[in-house]
Design a binder for this molecule. Structure first.
Ligand SMILES: *Cc1c(COP(=O)(O)O)cnc(C)c1O
Length: 402
């Protein structure tokens, strides 16, 4: 017997999501998700698929025919990229400076490839001279890197140079754009990226479940020329081609509601304008960073390669970082996160993504964080931090954010 009355109707607590994802979902996206299901082969749904693809191309800044949402979270799009592109015995250069670079290497290994790491410190960008040397030494088939490292708050600069270097060495380039798509400047075609994948719940502010992936002609050609079929049936793009391509034949049932959600989230991107959206992230997150710094906290990533959608800030000496994050959640309804891997216990990770990247959220977070740190015995100047942030959020403030 089950005690049914114990399981009341779902009523999640009110939260402001300022962690590394998920971010707050726009009410219009939630509304789209409550519209009726139709069949995934219904002509009306096929039209929705076309629209999602067009909106994704706009957001990725690409003309790639092969631009689709992969069923699953960001890691599914990531795995689709690696399992399709990498053949057993392929060498894949994986320069990495954080947790998600390590995940890439693991996926390459599982796809039968030979990942060659090029390590950079967690909190610094990749060193392009190290990458150049590794390209010459290993002659890889693929180079994979994380554009926006959510574990460290580092935005990789000089991407066009990195891509040109890899192309000159005959390698295709895969970029993890999970925390950059829809939040910070990203130019798939302009930068020459061969493959880019992302997720819904970061800067697109969509629930996780349908994850953007785009591939250029060179990458698709390589996939079509594979000597042996890839090991995953579910993520095999040569099979998915029959559903997302002209044939529209059944492969697996699309996560219809997630596709609705993504469509609405991308419509919001298009209405705002992609460049205006990048500018908003820069402005709102710039206020957050300024507020934290003025309050007396130290950002972990240098301004020169700071990632607006995710700011890492060092936990002050003598403060229990986990306890502070917990109190923020319980007492203020605000979610932030601690560090991963090398940065566990060292930093807090504060997201400023999509619909969460709003002035009121930044002010609420600074007020709450400053208050909680002070009540834990830390020294912060919360009012000064709030003033610094407010100044930058004033519409006609003309100073520099970065
Ligand atoms: C969140 C994230 C992922 C994984 O996405 P999931 O949706 O959690 O599967 C991959 N790469 C980066 C950089 C991320 O931030």
């Amino acid at each position: 017997m089950i005690d049914a009355p114990r399981y009341a109707e779902l009523a999640p607590p009110d939260r402001i999501l300022m962690g590394p994802g998920p971010s707050d979902v726009h009410p219009r996206v939630l509304r789209a998700m409550s519209t009726p299901l139709i069949g995934h082969l219904d002509p009306a749904f096929l039209e929705i698929m076309d629209q999602v693809q067009a909106l994704l191309r706009y957001t990725f800044r690409t003309g790639n025919q092969w631009t689709i949402p992969v069923s699953g979270t960001g890691s599914a799009a990531m795995e689709a990229a690696f399992t399709n592109l990498v053949e057993p015995g392929d060498t894949v250069l994986v320069p990495s400076n954080g947790y998600f670079g390590l995940r890439m290497a693991e996926m390459v290994r599982r796809a039968g490839g030979d990942p060659v790491p090029v390590a950079a410190p967690w909190g610094r960008p990749l060193d392009l001279e190290d990458v150049r040397a590794a390209l010459a030494e290993h002659g890889p088939d693929v180079v994979a890197f994380v554009h926006a490292e959510t574990s460290t708050g580092v935005l990789q600069p000089r991407v066009p140079e990195l891509v040109a270097m890899a192309h000159d060495a005959g390698a295709l380039v895969v970029a993890d754009t999970v925390t950059s798509l829809g939040g910070v400047e990203l130019e798939v075609d302009g930068w020459g990226l061969d493959v880019a994948y992302s997720g819904g719940q970061k800067c697109l502010s969509c629930p996780p479940g349908a994850s953007p992936l785009t591939l250029g002609d060179a990458a698709m050609a390589r996939i079509r020329e594979r000597a042996e079929p890839m090991r995953s049936w579910y993520l095999d793009l040569s099979l998915l081609e029959h559903y997302w391509g002209d044939e529209r034949s059944y492969h697996h049932t699309a996560p219809i509601t997630n596709v609705y959600a993504l469509r609405e989230a991308l419509r919001l991107v298009a209405e705002e304008g992609i460049e205006a959206r990048w500018a908003r992230h820069l402005r709102v997150a710039g206020a957050l960073r300024a507020g934290l710094e003025t309050m007396g906290l130290s950002p972990h990533a240098d301004m020169a390669f700071w990632l607006p959608s995710l700011t890492t800030v060092r936990i002050p000496e003598g403060i229990d970082g986990k306890r502070v994050a917990r109190r923020l959640l319980v007492e203020h309804g605000i979610e932030i996160a601690g560090g991963l891997g090398d940065l566990a216990g060292v930093v807090w990770r504060i997201g400023c993504m999509g619909h969460s990247a709003r002035p009121a959220n930044v002010m609420a977070l600074l007020a709450a964080l400053g208050g909680v740190i002070a009540s834990e015995g830390g020294t912060v100047d919360q009012p000064a931090g709030l003033a610094a942030a407010a100044e930058r959020l004033t519409p006609h403030w003309s100073g520099r954010v970065r």
